[in-house]
Design a protein around this ligand. Structure first.
Ligand code: SF4
Length: 149
């Protein structure tokens, strides 16, 4: 199963914020650190805020931070939420597949999709930033010299 770019970026944002405790980064700084466009990152951050996983603190020293729910969030839960419950193949649609009313493959693919999510369920966002990933994330620059695309 292939994750959408949106979901992948959301996980990267959560991981980046999970290692940042002192200097809260802005959306632009997170985008620069992850080397992804600011506009995509802003949409992802807005969705994560809506889900209660990220909050934006205003004022001096403000920036993005994980909520307690975000830090403890199940990776499988986040992926399920962002990917939706759609089939991995399009059986219906403009030209519906003639096998769709009695297709064993369709059921097998649904079970495989659920197994994919279930494998991610025990992992939390915090788990994803254990060494070596966390220290690597901390070493990725967020300053003015970082690249943006
Ligand atoms: S063969 Fe089965 S899984 Fe594939 S499109 Fe047709 S109904 Fe869906």
């Amino acid at each position: 199963m292939r994750l959408t770019r949106f979901t992948d970026l959301a996980l990267r944002v959560l991981m980046r914020l999970a290692v940042e405790e002192a200097d809260l980064p802005t959306t632009r700084e997170v985008a620069a650190a992850m080397q992804v466009p600011y506009t995509h990152t802003a949409k992802v951050v807005a969705r994560l805020q809506h889900l209660g996983l990220v909050e934006a603190r205003r004022g001096r020293g403000g920036g993005l931070t994980l909520t307690a729910a975000g830090r403890a969030a199940s990776v499988g839960g986040v992926v399920r939420e962002l990917e939706g419950a759609g089939d991995v193949v399009e059986c219906e649609g403009a030209t519906p597949c003639p096998l769709r009313s009695a297709c064993l493959l369709r059921g097998a693919l649904r079970r495989a999709q659920e197994a994919f999510f279930a494998a991610l369920d025990p992992l939390t966002v915090d788990d994803l930033v254990a060494p070596p990933t966390g220290p690597l994330l901390l070493g990725i620059g967020t300053g003015p010299g970082s690249s943006t695309t």
